[in-house]
Every structure is written in C-alpha cells, then in structure tokens.
Design a protein around this ligand. Sequence first.
Ligand code: SER
Length: 344
Amino acid sequence: MSKRHSVLVTGAGGEIGTGLIQRLSNENAFDIIGLDLKGLDPELAGLCTSSYTGDVLDTDLVPRLFLDHQIEAVFHLAAMLSSSGERNPERAFDVNVGGTMNLLKNAAEQARYLEANIRFIFPSTIAVYGLPDLSTKKRAAKVRENDFLNPITMYGVNKLSCEHLGYYYTHHYSALSEKRSQWHVDFRALRFPGLISAHTLPSGGTSDYIPEMLYAAVAGKPYTCFARPDTRIPLMTMPDAVESILRIFSAPFESLGRTVYNVGAFAPSAEEVENLLTEVLSGADISYEVNESRQAFLDTWPEDVDDSAAQADWGHAPQHKFKEAFAEYLIPALTGTQTEPTHL
Ligand code: SER
C-alpha cells in the first residue's frame, strides 16, 4: 500500500474528477487515490495510483482508504446533482450530506493521526442561492457569498449544509471532547456555476441545457431546450474550474479570508448561446419547450456571481470568457477544427 504523499479524489470518474485527475497526474506531486461508485475507465484508472469502486457512505471502505494511504488532502467531488436530487431527495441527502460527513469525520481523524491539517476541497454550487423572483434576480445581478441563501432544491440545501459542516470541522470540531486537537480539517469550498467540458456531458444537473445544446449542435442534431431563452446563469469551462480547484488548494491558509468562495467566468442567456452556436455551426437547430420545475430552479439561481474575494485571496482568473470559451476551447475540441475567433 502506498505511503507516499497522497490525495483522495471522490467522484473520480465524474466530470470534474476526470479533468482534475488529468491535471494532478501531469503534476506528479502526489499519489492519486480515486474513488467512484462505478469502476473507472481504464485510461483514467491508469492515471491513479490506486482506484476503488465504492460508496462515499461506506463506513468500512472510507476509513480503510485513510489507513492504507498517506492521504493529506481530499477532493470530495462525489454528489448527486440538482435534477437527479429532486427525483430522489432522500437519497440525495444521504449521498450529498451523509457522504460528506463520512469524509469529514475520517479526514479529522487523519489530521490527528498525521499531526497535520488536512485540506478538504469541496465543490459547492450556485444552487445554494434562492432568489425570490425574477425581478430580484435581475436587480441583484452579481450575487455576493452571504446574500440570498434560501435554496429551493434538495441539492442546494445539501451543499449549503455541507459548507457549514466544513466550517464547523475546520473551526469548532469536538470543542468539548478528548478528540479536540490542534490539527484539523482545512475545508475550502468553491461555489461553482454551471460547468461545460469539451470531453464529458454532465448528467442530472439543471445547468445541463447549455452543454446539451452545444453537443447537439456539434453533432448536427436538433435540440429542444428545457429552459426559457432568457434564462441567464453563470457558467465556466471545465479547464478553468480545475484550475480554480488547484489554486484554492495551493493557497496558504492565512491568505483565505473565507471558507466558501464564489467563482464565475461568464453569464450568457440560453438565447445568446443559441445565437452563437447558430452563427458558427451549420448543424445548430435549437427550439424551446420549458420544463416548469427545472425552470423554477434556474429562476432562483443568480444571473451572475461576485467572485472578487476569490480573485483577491487566491488569484481566481478564468482564462475563458463567453466567446473564447466556445471559439477557443469547446468548439475546436469537439469538432477537431480551429474556429476563427473573429467569426464570433
Ligand atoms: N451544475 C449544477 C446543477 O445543475 C449546479 O451547480 O445541478
């Protein structure tokens, strides 16, 4: 069993996990221990030092991972997204909150055992926000971290709870017990917007209408969008999301004024994405048929986020804005061609 410096990545085979493991393996600074509910595809498993098929709720497997490997940091990415969560809210609570608790508890024990703080990187979400109506959403524009925290989805409720649990484990865990230790979990959360990757399609999310629109347009297939054309939420490319994870991971504890940070990059409406795709891809054929429930989630999410704290504290600086994201990253990678940025 490896006793080199190791990091644990849960949800290793998911959208963020895949991108993160590729970057971590290029940097070769740690052994990568991958955990996913499904077996990893062989190429991704090959980038991990060890990979495990199992559940983040497993109270035998998770402690064994910490026993068998010198895990010094956790990237806890496993979760059920907002639309899947709403189809089975109790299961979402178990996975999203119970799984996080299991990881936090074991990370706290690891901190005591290694006599070192254990960094715990957690992707939170714009779904923690709950804007009360569309006029407030428009007026609020770039929402700050402490405003409008009234989520209406189980996923948002779960992620907001986990942010609080992470803060608790970092600052107050076991104040009155003999488990109290100077060594603790060092929890750092990023509130991600909708993420778009050129390599993987998300499943079960509500921001999925953007990647679904893109992938259909590239394949020359018609797409019926479940959100209204004027729906606007913040978005980010997967390489920028992975870069932000690595930046907050590397930041010195003293530089972090918060435990939870907004991160954003660009914020087009569905119609603006449609127009861009139609201009560039002859196969784009997008129509709209609104799913009222999913639209209701989107209408409570902010138009954009204020990520000035992330910029100031640990240098959040996404490379891709709206047009660059599609012209320089997504469309070229998906079509295998270079699209002239000037066309956009
Ligand atoms: N992408 C997530 C979802 O749609 C939101 O953070 O569930």
